[in-house]
Design a protein around this ligand. Sequence first.
Ligand code: ATP
Length: 301
Amino acid sequence: MEARRGNDAAPEAPAVREGSAAEVSTVRGGSAAEVSAGEPAAVPMRLAAENLTVVFGHGSRAHVALDDVSVGVAEGTTLGLVGESGSGKSTLAKALVGLVRPRTGRILLDGADVSALRGARLAAVRRRVQMISQDPYSSLNPRMTVGQAIAEAIDPRRADHRRHADAVTGWLETVALDGDAAARYPHEFSGGQRQRIAIARALAAEPEVVVADEITSALDCSVQAEVLNLLAGLRERLRLTMVFISHDLAVVRHVSDEVAVMNRGRIVEYGPCRRVYRSPAHPYTRRLLGSVPAFPLQESR
Ligand SMILES: Nc1ncnc2c1ncn2[C@@H]1O[C@H](COP(=O)(O)OP(=O)(O)OP(=O)(O)O)[C@@H](O)[C@H]1O
């Protein structure tokens, strides 16, 4: 039997969700007004997880990190993922980008099941769904100059910085860095600058979806705000489709159209950000929001 690690004392209430799991990959989305009116627009999901289960380990040491999780993000929108530490946010992020293989369920990219792909086809999907993580070192090769790293994202087969110099400079300027950063190495930059480079690198691949996993949690407060404002601006300007993960509820509300609340590997509440923050329906969400002084319940957005 699989063991479940009890990482908090959240109540076992049923999930509160607008739309069924089956709807997630096909018709979820639309504005908050449309969803709450019970008539969601038929917006296809760019990226969706359908009934995803991820188990780490085997036998008595098995741990169910994701338990029948279904979420989706429509083009040009942002899905926020919140939940306490250990609730499964990063595991879901990794599953969405193909870094963790689900035991059951599917990952759909533009409606096509990509969860069983391997080799070159998986690599191609990873290009289309770019992940930016907490530690930019995991996405930036310390032996590559920044210019090489961005050139590789632009064209993996001809990752020559000089060939793509103008485009590299353009992406650096997009994240408010000077073009001469291209000749330097990641370790020569501050944490905030490295995250800007990681964002530039991810966007240079022109992905269909960006998965941002706690991208500011290792940064000082003032730098966090700079990076978040940059990302929020890019999201508007480039109409990014994004999955945004953070333990910071205020930040998630700021950038997300919809939010999924995770608890112990499950989605317990899922819906338009505005509605969930204003009137959380699940006891766990209420507890989560109630524990943050900035979120007295019933606050309007
Ligand atoms: N590679 C792994 N092997 C075994 N267990 C894992 C592995 N990765 C994650 N887990 C476990 O799965 C659960 C979910 O972890 P995950 O990192 O997805 O949570 P999280 O919500 O992102 O937490 P945090 O906010 O602290 O990053 C945790 O109990 C964690 O210990």
